[in-house]
Write a protein that binds this ligand. Structure first.
Ligand code: NAD
Ligand code: ZN
Length: 238
């Protein structure tokens, strides 16, 4: 299918990153089984929730800062460099596609990026090391921006608006490909999960690579229920 395809669009979820040590949400023992996410309206309305949100983020920092791109990330970067794909659409927030060598503009991040933060009012960017220092100095209080606005990781929470530009670009890519690869996603988080459907409706072949069953296995042309690194590593160009 890869050989036949002219334009391949990969779409990734948390499963492509588990090999790097970052847990996913819905695998047995995944993050979801221990912590419920904090919805956006609660983050905005409650200082305690903002404190809790930053406490959780820093507890995860060891995972994120130690994580290296996986064989899956490297394979997709090779596919991109070979001119086979315009880039990757990702639900992940871990920056690992970029770390694997894909340029910023080739990575469409539907749920943002957790490796830096922004002010929700004035959009000023903050680095995590700076925020962490303030957080620790104040005994665990979520920091505010100089303008008074709340600072949040540059991610999209449940209940927060999706980034418009990323959504438009992702839709255009999904509608303009002949092979769509859904990799490491349970395909239950909407509206992100709509992209495999868009691609399928527009005539692309749909391949799903995921250890567990997904919502769209029935409409896929091929389902590979196996380890992502093992499946994709032959694509890594050395
Ligand atoms: P998910 O947790 O719902 O699904 C991940 C899927 O990947 C599971 O079905 C699991 O069986 C599969 N999987 C895990 N490791 C695998 C491997 N090595 N080989 C094959 N399959 C494997 O993840 P999702 O669909 O991406 O939705 C979770 C949401 O949480 C996303 O929106 C994402 O933004 C966010 N999230 C991101 C990260 C990250 O950036 N690394 C981590 C956790 C959650
Ligand atoms: Zn501000």
């Amino acid at each position: 299918m890869l050989d036949d395809a002219e334009r391949v669009v990969p779409f990734t979820g948390a499963g492509i990153s588990t090999e790097s040590g970052i847990p996913d949400f819905r695998s047995p023992g995944g993050l979801w089984t221990t912590t419920q996410p904090i919805p956006f309206d609660l983050f905005l309305s409650s200082r305690e929730m903002r404190d809790e949100s930053w406490r959780r983020r820093f507890a995860m920092e060891d995972y994120f800062c130690k994580a290296k791109p996986t064989r899956g990330h490297l394979a997709l970067a090779s596919l991109y460099r070979a001119g086979k794909s315009p880039g990757v659409i990702t639900q992940n927030i871990d920056n690992l596609h970029q770390a694997a060598g894909m340029p910023h503009e080739a990575v469409i991040e539907l749920h943002g990026n957790t490796t830096f933060a922004t002010c929700l009012d004035c959009a000023k960017r903050y680095e995590l090391a700076f925020i962490r220092k303030r957080f620790e100095e104040t005994g665990g209080r979520a920091p505010d921006c100089d303008c008074g606005g709340p600072i949040k990781t540059a991610t999209v929470s449940f209940g927060q608006a999706m980034p418009e530009d990323a959504m438009l670009r992702a839709k255009a890519w999904a509608e303009d490909c002949d092979l769509f690869l859904a990799i490491g996603s349970s395909l239950v988080v909407w509206p992100a999960a709509a992209f495999p459907l868009h691609a399928r409706k527009n005539g692309a072949r749909l391949v799903i690579i995921n250890r567990e069953a997904t919502e769209f296995d029935e409409i896929a042309d091929l389902v590979i229920r196996n380890d992502i690194g093992d499946v994709l590593s032959p694509l890594i160009a050395h």
